[in-house]
Design a protein around this ligand. Structure first.
Ligand SMILES: Cc1cc2nc3c(=O)[nH]c(=O)nc-3n(C[C@H](O)[C@H](O)[C@H](O)COP(=O)(O)OP(=O)(O)OC[C@H]3O[C@@H](n4cnc5c(N)ncnc54)[C@H](O)[C@@H]3O)c2cc1C
Length: 423
């Protein structure tokens, strides 16, 4: 009997999951339906460049329906809730959609209204975010008219999508103001709830050093409790303040609202509890999760969704065949970090291994945790890879789901890590 595979969300993760499964499963073995309320697929990594006039906003979106392989049905509708007991998705308007296997790929939602004052006076006047299309476009206008003052870039709390993006924003802002000849008039501050520039020690040291070299102040362990947009102050829960003339914030993230309306599916933040190795949900064996919607301790990034896709597709097929699942996802994350002036760094890590120096994906590859022009070209090429390799669910030769160890220097020793995956 033909199985019904239903994918919730047609963003990065849902699209690549559906396309991978369509390549692997005969049409008479399974029908695959993707549900998403709109037909505009946004290339989110491009939002970083919009405020600095480095990308045309209109170039970031393409029709969603065109990103699916033949044989994937796109249903344009919003999910209202999932009824796990009846293996049914209920659409807004009440129509039921039955499934044999459900794949949750509805990503993360920005919830700025959860931070006191953030969306009050000053919001979109002197407090902005580049994490949304409208915010990034508005910020371009404001930055081009900014002639000097205190610019604070602040992460409200973790987890956030692409945790390096706010750092990249700082580096690009430094280069942007230098180019305009007003860097001396701008006081740039990076405000983070973490105890350093980044989560892992080696990367935190390197990226913290880069902030210092560029004259960007770093404020750590700052949990923003309130944003006073009118008065120009970020206020932490422990009473510290960071003054600003212009604030660029990364709002709190949560799961989608329908998760809360689906008994047994999500946690308190609306993310979906998931086995970090098999990507099977904790809620039901026939429910799998991919991308930002999962509660796993991997970064929320498109590259992660790509690496997850390999394991997820394999496990959906194993599940349908009644075979044991592969606990093969190792948390592999790979991110280019734009550092300004045509250079970028690259980090590569997984659940067990922090971002290290060396080269990727082997000794003769791209430099890790070091600024280079080559990495910047890699960052620019990511856009092409996204539309033509990631979304269609193709493999990148030499860059597979298990994190490579060859070419990396072990932390603190300078010695090269042994070849092969650390799993
Ligand atoms: C500024 C910025 C820079 C970034 N830079 C990078 C980078 O350089 N490299 C990188 O790897 N990643 C980067 N990312 C992160 C990357 O874009 C995300 O991690 C990735 O898009 C996650 O994919 P997803 O499918 O889980 O979520 P999304 O791509 O956000 O897709 C979720 C989908 O679910 C749909 N949906 C939501 N609610 C419902 C509902 N009720 N019913 C049906 N459908 C619904 C949405 O419409 C959407 O299409 C960046 C993100 C941002 C914001």
């Amino acid at each position: 009997m033909r199985k019904r595979i239903v994918v919730l969300g047609g963003g990065t993760a849902g699209t690549l999951a559906a396309n991978r499964l369509r390549r692997l499963l005969d049409r008479d073995a399974a029908e695959i339906t993707v549900i998403d309320p709109d037909d505009a697929h946004l290339y989110q990594p491009g939002l970083l460049f919009v405020p600095f006039g480095l990308t045309r906003p209109s170039s970031l979106t393409r029709p969603r329906a065109r990103q699916f392989r033949d044989g994937v049905t796109f249903l344009r509708a919003a999910v209202d809730r999932v009824d796990l007991d009846c293996d049914t998705v209920v659409l807004a308007g009440g129509a039921p959609v039955r499934y044999d296997v459900l794949i949750i790929a509805t990503g993360a939602r920005l919830i700025p209204e959860e931070t006191e004052g953030l969306t009050g006076p000053g919001w979109m006047e002197k407090v902005f975010t580049f994490y949304s299309f409208d915010g990034a476009v508005a910020l371009e206008r404001v930055l081009s008219g900014f002639t000097g003052g205190r610019l604070a870039v602040a992460v409200m709390d973790m987890p956030v999508k692409c945790p390096v993006a706010p750092l990249e924003f700082c580096f690009l802002a430094d280069a942007y103001f230098r180019k305009r000849g007003i860097r001396g008039e701008v006081d740039l501050t990076y405000v983070t709830p973490l105890d350093g520039a980044f989560t892992k020690p080696v990367a935190s040291r390197e990226l913290g050093g880069l902030l210092k070299d560029k004259g960007i102040s770093l404020v750590t362990e700052f949990n923003t409790g309130e944003v006073d947009g009118a008065g120009g102050r970020l206020i932490s829960y422990d009473g510290r303040e960071v003054p600003f003339d212009l604030a660029v914030v990364v709002p709190l993230h949560g799961g989608q609202a329908y998760v809360e309306r689906s008994p047994g599916l999500g946690d308190g933040l609306g993310f979906v509890p998931t086995d970090p190795r098999t990507l099977q949900s904790r809620a039901r064996p026939n429910v799998f999760v991919i991308g930002d919607a999962a509660d796993i301790p991997a970064s929320k990034a498109g590259s992660v969704a790509h690496f997850e896709g390999e394991v997820l597709a394999r496990n959906v097929i194993r599940y349908l065949a009644g075979r044991p699942l592969d606990a093969g996802f190792d948390g592999h994350t790979n991110c280019f970090i734009e550092s300004g002036s045509g250079k970028a760094l690259l980090i590569d890590f997984n659940y067990d291994t922090e971002p290290l120096t060396g080269h990727f994906p082997g000794p003769a590859g791209l430099p890790l945790l070091r600024q280079s022009r080559l990495n910047h070209l890699g960052k620019l090429a990511f856009s092409w890879l996204y539309w033509h390799v990631l979304l269609p669910g193709r493999e990148i030769p030499a860059v597979r789901s298990p994190m490579p160890a060859a070419g990396k220097h072990q932390a603190g020793t300078g010695a090269t890590a042994p070849a092969g995956s650390p799993r």
